[in-house]
Design a protein around this ligand. Structure first.
Ligand SMILES: *Cc1c(COP(=O)(O)O)cnc(C)c1O
Length: 342
């Protein structure tokens, strides 16, 4: 696997911007190098462009070397940078497996990179032969999402491994919902696959969507490429400080995940008793995909009652489907009561 040869030529040849803090990273008494306002406040200084402390913390938490961690303004930043690093606009393509998270195709379109699409099986699993057949010759990046949004299921591990080992390009595995899953995902075997990039986020299980912190895990070589092309100060001081504190509250996070999982089974059970529910799909995430009679009508009725779910009924394989996030016990009860009266 030659990562350098997969890169766009302009990116391979790029000399990155070196910030004042790259040039001098020690501790000094007087900083007159970055044109900052000298009057002290919490935020008068630029943040650490390498996010050293935060990466050390995440490194301990995930048992991954800091050099194999990229931090972005949400996972969406990593998705965009991966496309920009590896795909020549107007020439190369990415592949997505539908139905899935919309940002892969949107980021590709913004970058004028073509999108090849392969539909998942009716059970929302990977059709790995179709993926491998469709990717050649222009496809540089395959996006897989497991647990998948909006279907909620994990993709089969063996099938993901087949794609990883048979494709001579980058495979992005989006594990935004892995904390809710019955599987530990691919971080423990990251070093086996030089073309694998695992995405995780603090936006879901960790409850920090407002702070915007996404993580990419990959070989040191791939991570150094993403670091080279990111905005120098992409994670604000505020986010770095607050996340550093919040990551100590791991017991609280685990407790909330357990509550959400318990609520998820109650919600699934309650949904299954409703006449308008035709199918509740298996889920390994903090949401559930539900096939109902007349999805649009149900959506509108819920919205009139102040309950907003996600209407996925126009998406492939998701006809008449709503995607419902697991809320608090009280929120879920309101939802079920409202649906029961329909
Ligand atoms: C919510 C979600 C994300 C998270 O994106 P952030 O930018 O980190 O908030 C990533 N991937 C999928 C599939 C998601 O559903």
């Amino acid at each position: 696997m030659n990562i350098q040869s997969l890169l766009r030529e302009n990116i391979r040849n790029l000399k990155p911007y070196a910030t004042a803090r790259h040039e001098f990273s020690g501790v000094a008494e007087v900083y007159l190098d970055a044109n900052e306002n000298p009057f002290r406040s919490d935020y008068n200084r630029y943040p650490d462009p390498t996010q050293k402390k935060l990466k050390e913390k995440i490194s301990q938490l995930k048992n991954i070397d800091p050099g194999k961690i990229f931090l972005g303004n949400g996972s969406d930043e990593a998705i965009d940078l991966i496309i920009r690093a590896f795909c020549e606009p107007g020439n190369d393509a990415v592949l997505v497996t539908e139905p899935t998270y919309g940002m892969y195709a949107i980021c590709a379109a913004i970058n004028n990179v073509a999108v090849k699409s392969v539909t998942l099986t009716p059970k929302f699993d990977l059709d790995e032969d179709a993926v491998l057949n469709a990717i050649a010759p222009t496809g540089k990046v395959i996006f897989l999402c497991s647990p998948n949004n909006p279907s909620g299921n994990l993709l089969s591990k063996e099938k993901i491994i087949r794609v990883l080992t048979h494709f001579n390009g980058i495979v992005v595995l989006d594990e935004a919902y892995i904390d809710f899953a019955s599987d530990e995902g691919f971080l423990p075997v990251l070093q086996n696959y030089p073309n694998l990039i695992v995405l995780q986020t603090l936006s879901k299980a960790w409850g920090l969507a407002g702070l915007r912190l996404g993580m990419a895990f990959a070989s040191a070589e791939i991570i150094s490429i993403l670091n080279k092309i990111k905005y120098p100060y992409n994670i604000s001081s505020l986010t770095q400080q607050v996340v550093l504190e919040k990551l100590d509250a791991i017991a609280e996070k685990n407790n909330q995940v357990q509550q959400i999982l318990a609520e998820r089974s109650s919600l699934v059970n309650a949904l299954q008793t409703l006449p308008l529910v035709k199918q509740v799909y298996p889920t390994d995430a903090n949401f559930v995909l539900v096939k109902v009679t007349g999805a649009r009508k149900v959506y509108n009725h819920l919205a009139e009652q102040g309950i907003i779910v996600r209407d996925r009924s126009t998406v492939v394989l998701c006809e008449d489907c709503l995607r419902i996030t697991v809320g608090t016990a009280e929120e879920n009860r309101k939802l079920i009561d409202t649906l029961a009266k329909l």
